[in-house]
Each structure stands twice: as C-alpha cells, then as structure tokens.
Design a protein around this ligand. Structure first.
Ligand code: SF4
Ligand code: SF4
Length: 414
C-alpha cells in the first residue's frame, strides 16, 4: 500500500465542474482558484506528474486547506477529496526540503508526542498547573508572549480533571442491550474528561456494557491530516488489536475527527482487521440515534445552536443524529445559525499552524452564532469545542460551549 502518493484514479474523478467552490471556506475567504478544491486537485495532480515542484506557494495552497471535506459533501462526481489531500501532503513532505523548524515540529507532534499517552499527560499536567497557579491570567494581562504563542495560548480551555477510568469494563445500568467499546483518544481524555464521563453514563443508562481498553492509543487523525501516514498506520494497528476480539456491537467515538479516521483505517492498513474495526465504529450521536433511546426526563431549558462538526457531517455523513438527540431533550430549543455545516476554522492543528485564516473563519462563524441569540453552542468534536470557546471569548459572548452528549447527560441526571 503506497501511503505517500495520491491515486491517479482519485484525481481523475474530478470533472472540474466547480460546484464545490461556493462551499469551500478558504475559497469563500480569498476568492482564489488555488485555494479551492478544484484548484488544489489540479495542483496535486500536476505535482504528482512532476509538472510542478515543491515551491513555497504550492505548499501554502495545500496547507491552507482545512481538510474539512465540505467539498466532498457537494461534489456530484463523488471525489474523495480528503483522501487526495492527505496523500498529497504526505507526498509533498516526502519530496520537499523542510526547514529545521518544520522538521522539529513534525517530529515532536507526530512521532514524539501524540503517539505517547504518558508524555501527553505530562504536558497537559504542566498546562493545568500553569492555569491553577494563575500564571495564565498573569501572562495574558502582561502580554509577555510573542504573537503566535499568545494566539495559541488563547486556545487553551480551562483544563478539568482528566478521564482516567479505573476499570476496563463498566456494566450496563439495567438490562444489558449492547456491548460497546469507548474510544478515548489522546488529547480528549486530558482536556475534555467530563465529555468522556458523560458519554460513559449515557451509554450505560441506555443498556450498554462499556469497554475502555487500556491498550488503545491515539487514532492517528492528526498525523493523517498532517501528511504523516506511517506512524498513523502503526497507531491504527494498535487500536485494532485493543478493540477487536471482545465481541463488541460497536466502537463508540465522541470526537468526530477521530471517528472519521477510524472509519477509514482500510486506507492506512491492508490487513482485514482494519475493515472489521472500521465497520464497528460509530459516532456516539449516530449510535444513540439508531437505538431505542431511553427517554430523558429532566428538562434542560436552554436555547441552543448547533455547529455541525465537519468530520461528522461531511466526512462521516452523519447529519440528522445530533439534531434528533437534541430534539429528544425536554426544554431544548434549537436555533439554527447560518451555514451550520461550514467549518469553524478549528481543523486539528490548523488553529495553531494557520492562525490568521483560522481566526477569519472563526470570527465570521461567531457573527452567525450571535445572530441566533443562543445561550449554548453545541458541537461534536474536541477541536470545535476548543475553537468555539476561543470564539466566544473573542466575540465577548455570554454563551456556553458544550458537546451534544453533555446536554443529553444533563437530561438524564437524577
Ligand atoms: S471536486 Fe467535485 S464539485 Fe469540485 S470541481 Fe471536482 S468534480 Fe466538481
Ligand atoms: S477540504 Fe475544505 S478547505 Fe479544503 S478544499 Fe475542501 S472545502 Fe476547501
């Protein structure tokens, strides 16, 4: 399996109709063909054929793409844009002369940090101490950090206690209906632990015996999006070993970005286990909307607006499920923002690597949120939670940012 070149068959699928252009956030911001899906496919094809080289401009066109896959949703030709872009980036980074800074960043992020839960825990623990000691307030007040670091620092949400489950298996509450695995991920259990606990409670209330295998690791999504596919393939292999063989009905994911990659493990691994694993993966909203949901009783009287996470709505094509769950919660009033399915500018590491474009997209998103007057913004992905949290601060809104599953959990609370 060639992990570092786009497939000519994928590239040939684009008929250059341009229908994707008005749905591409970077094209909408710039109006440039080279920042559109059609333009990028054309460029990747030319690079693959050796007609152009790895110039800084070529690299910028690829790196400015959010890999939000909105273009896939609207493409009449069924172009697998995400697959093309991920392979295109892998090919670029293999052929390009990278600066020492880029090499250090990629090595640190994709090889030394994300695949190692212990190292990540130490890093997030240090950030938690930074917040607890009040250093965050001091740094923000004094403006000590240089601009790019200060921008990155604003992304840091208040860090709660991590999700460190004591057991590998949690029994169902009441009658056993399903046996499911819970995918925890790398950053999510450290930064959004309460979302995992809420997911665990909601699944158990709905008759699920929940397996949280200790041997599971990062899904590899950030590596794949960054054009690093070899370590990602190894992570995929470790996850298939951790979850298969337990007699599970489903592997539940509450991070849309992770779920999208896990449903596509066959693009990284040729082993039959990859397909077996992917066939079991379900976003938590998708799974709950597909079963006979235990009706939540407690009212959650709140006006809510939904930011549809790109990797749920475009990559996994799960659109109705979050809305169905919100409709099942007594008291929730949904007010749609314009273009709820357009990216918020989070896109994994994009928030850090492309702060300017990320912020432009975010500020437009927040104007739409403000117009709804909603008290709570809900979404289904940790990156979106982080970015929207920053957006609320930038826009000076008095709104909460929550995962859909947290609202459902609140509606089940005694
Ligand atoms: S990606 Fe799809 S929608 Fe966009 S130009 Fe190509 S065929 Fe048309
Ligand atoms: S993935 Fe998103 S940003 Fe990239 S080309 Fe497609 S629509 Fe545009």
């Amino acid at each position: 399996m060639d992990l570092t070149a786009p497939s000519p068959a994928d590239l040939a699928q684009c008929v250059h109709c341009g229908l994707c252009l008005p749905n591409c956030p970077t094209y909408l911001q710039t109006g440039y063909e080279a920042e559109s899906p059609r333009g990028r496919i054309h460029l990747i094809g030319a690079f693959n054929d050796g007609r152009i080289t790895a110039t800084p401009a070529y690299r910028e066109h690829l790196e400015l793409c959010l890999v939000c896959r909105n273009c896939e949703s609207v493409c009449p030709s069924g172009v697998h844009f995400g697959r093309i872009m991920e392979a295109g980036r892998a090919q670029l980074y293999e052929r390009a002369q990278l600066s020492w800074r880029d090499r250090v960043f990629r090595r640190l992020a994709f090889e030394e940090l994300l695949p190692h839960p212990g190292r990540l825990r130490a890093m997030v623990g240090a950030l938690q101490i930074y917040e607890l000691l009040g250093l965050q307030r001091l740094v923000r007040f004094t403006g000590l950090l240089p601009r790019p670091l200060a921008e990155a620092e604003t992304l840091l949400p208040p860090i709660p206690a991590p999700f460190l489950p004591r057991w590998e298996v949690y029994p169902a509450i009441g009658r056993l209906r399903y046996r499911v695995g819970l995918f925890a991920g790398c950053v999510m259990p450290l930064v959004y632990g309460p979302v995992h606990w809420a997911t665990l409670r909601v699944l158990r209330i709905n008759g699920c015996e929940v397996h949280v295998p200790k041997a599971q690791v990062c899904c590899g999504a950030l590596n794949v999006h960054g054009g690093e596919r070899r370590v990602a393939a190894e992570l995929a292999r470790q996850n298939t070993r951790a979850f298969l063989g337990r007699g599970l009905d489903a592997i539940i994911v509450n991070s849309a970005g992770c779920g999208a990659t896990m449903k596509e493990y066959a693009e990284l691994l040729s082993e039959p286990e990859a397909r077996e694993f992917s066939a079991l993966v379900r976003d938590v909203t998708e799974f709950l909307a597909s079963i006979d949901l235990v009706p939540p009783q407690r009212a959650v009287p709140r006006t809510v607006t939904l930011q549809e996470s790109c990797h749920l709505v475009h990559a996994q094509r799960v659109k109705a499920a979050p809305r169905e769950l919100l409709a099942a919660i007594p008291g929730v009033q949904l007010r749609d923002m314009p273009h709820a399915d357009l990216c918020c500018g989070s896109a994994g590491l994009y928030m850090l690597t492309q702060p300017e474009m990320s912020t432009r997209i975010l500020d437009e998103k927040m104007a739409g949120v403000r117009a709804t007057g909603a008290e709570t913004i809900v979404t289904a992905n940790p990156g979106c939670l982080m970015q929207l949290h920053r957006g609320v601060q930038r826009a000076g809104l008095n709104a909460q940012v929550r995962h859909v599953i947290e609202l459902l959990d609140e509606a089940y609370a005694a």
